[in-house]
Design a protein around this ligand. Structure first.
Ligand SMILES: [Zn+2]
Length: 453
């Protein structure tokens, strides 16, 4: 489930850039943070399993927080400093953590009706003053942990409420979509943390999508750094340009997609693409982003149709389908989400113009994408509209969940990609992965004139 560096706000390439710079104090802190992160990785794998065990008893939902102080050591949880309902203490990091956890819980509860990360009132514990000048913040599967930063490049990590929302959202993704932390599914995992992290901040400030700054980690850099924030969701690649850190490497479109084995396949870099799609959709829909695009993204994150190895194209298709399901095919929301993905250069693998607004159990929607030409073909029809033999074959196929076994088989280059939407499920498979009888069934469906008996 959890993978190396899943839960850290500062990407490893940034710490490595500092570790090779000429700022000796910052170099030492960054190197310590990199080493510590490797140790934590092993601990997290064990701790993930205990998340659900810590849920509070059912009752009237309210946030449960407990803030501790590691007193500059790496011993967790540290000394108890502030529990739920207790007043502020004389330590700004404790109070910021307390408020940030509260803001995150409030967004999930008020906007989405979700009681804490697991939906069952999980207590939110946090530890501040972790390590000496530790350059990171992370969710270890049980608690939020905040470093103080080195004071030269990074300020204390409690300073940005969206950083707190980002880390806790890794916990939500862990218990819902379970997106694998590698490649495109890893970049989606990162992006969802930025999306809901930013929504925590917007919700707390009462900002509309058009008033929001769409920055992640504003205030995290000291005044010595030439940069506005760690990431810019609306304008990826422009957050910083600094002699020590280098330039923000995030691409704004698929044309700039970075193929790398570093950073789990560039999860903190390529997340810029879906980040921008969300920000564009949210601004086009207008109003509060948690009510517009946020509700669509949340439904996809928690809806159960998202595969663990989801790629950008499938995620795009799921959000477009959800927008039409919730608001209608001709709605401004549907248009805004589809246009946002087009702008960032992601072609949805299941963009179904005819997807019905209500998920009719007897309705089938199929798209063929990919292939050398990349031309798309799609059709939506009820099973009753098909020739009897084909309708029966589809029912057998869908009821037995037979297609699922083919979805993980990688497609050949230029292979056709089929997306089948039925019964609220979206399944994608390449033609080389499917038995020929199924390919023929799909092709017959696509070839039938709409409405033909
Ligand atoms: Zn993250």
């Amino acid at each position: 489930m959890t993978n190396p560096r899943q839960c850290q706000i500062v990407p490893p390439y940034l710490l490595e850039a500092i570790a090779h710079s000429h700022d000796h104090v910052a170099v030492e802190r960054a190197r310590e943070s990199l080493v510590t992160d490797d140790v934590l990785r092993a601990q997290r794998l064990v701790q993930v399993q205990t998340v659900l065990a810590a849920a509070t008893p059912p009752g009237e939902p309210h946030v449960q927080r407990l803030i501790s102080d590691a007193q500059h050591t790496q011993t967790l949880p540290g000394k108890r400093r502030r529990g739920e309902g207790e007043g502020p203490v004389h330590d700004v990091a404790v109070n910021e953590a307390y408020d940030g956890l509260g803001a995150t819980w409030t967004l999930y509860w008020q906007a989405f009706g979700r009681n804490s990360l697991d939906g069952s009132g999980l207590t939110l514990p946090a530890t501040v003053h972790y390590g000496a000048g530790y350059d990171n913040a992370f969710w270890d599967g049980q608690r939020m942990v905040f470093g103080d930063g080195d004071g030269r490049i990074f300020n204390r990590f409690t300073v940005s409420v969206d950083v707190i929302g980002h880390e806790l959202t890794h916990g939500v993704t862990q218990v819902t979509a379970g997106l694998l932390y590698n490649g495109q599914s890893g970049a989606l995992n990162e992006s969802l943390s930025d999306v809901f992290g930013s929504l925590v901040k917007q919700h707390a400030l009462g900002q509309s999508a058009n008033d929001a700054d769409w920055l992640i980690g504003q205030g995290l850099f000291t005044s010595r750094v030439k940069g506005r924030a760690l990431r810019d969701m609306l304008n990826p690649g422009t957050a910083y340009d600094d002699p020590t850190l280098g330039k923000d490497p995030q691409p704004a479109t698929m044309a700039g997609y970075v193929k790398t084995t570093a950073d789990n396949g560039g999860v903190h870099v390529n997340s810029g693409i879906p980040n921008r799609a969300f920000a564009l959709a949210a601004r086009a829909i207008g109003g509060f982003a948690w009510e517009g695009a946020g509700a669509i993204w949340y439904a996809v994150l928690t809806g159960g149709a998202i595969p663990a190895r989801c790629d950008f194209a499938t995620f795009a298709a799921l959000t477009i389908t959800e927008a039409s399901r919730a608001h209608g095919v001709d709605s401004p929301q549907h248009e805004a989400v589809a246009q946002a993905w087009t702008t960032v250069g992601v072609t949805p693998s299941g963009a179904l113009p005819g997807t019905p607004a209500e998920a009719d159990p007897g309705t089938l929607a199929v798209t063929r994408s990919g292939g050398f030409t990349g031309l798309m073909k799609s059709r939506t029809a009820t099973l009753d509209a098909l020739p009897h033999k084909d309708a029966e074959a589809w029912r057998t196929l869908l009821e037995g969940d037979q297609l699922a076994q083919f979805t993980e088989i990688p497609g050949h280059p230029d292979a056709f990609q089929y997306t089948v939407c039925a019964n609220g499920e979206v399944l994608c498979a390449s033609d080389n992965a499917l038995p020929s009888r199924i390919v023929h069934l799909i092709e017959r469906f696509l070839d039938e004139a709409p409405g033909a008996p």
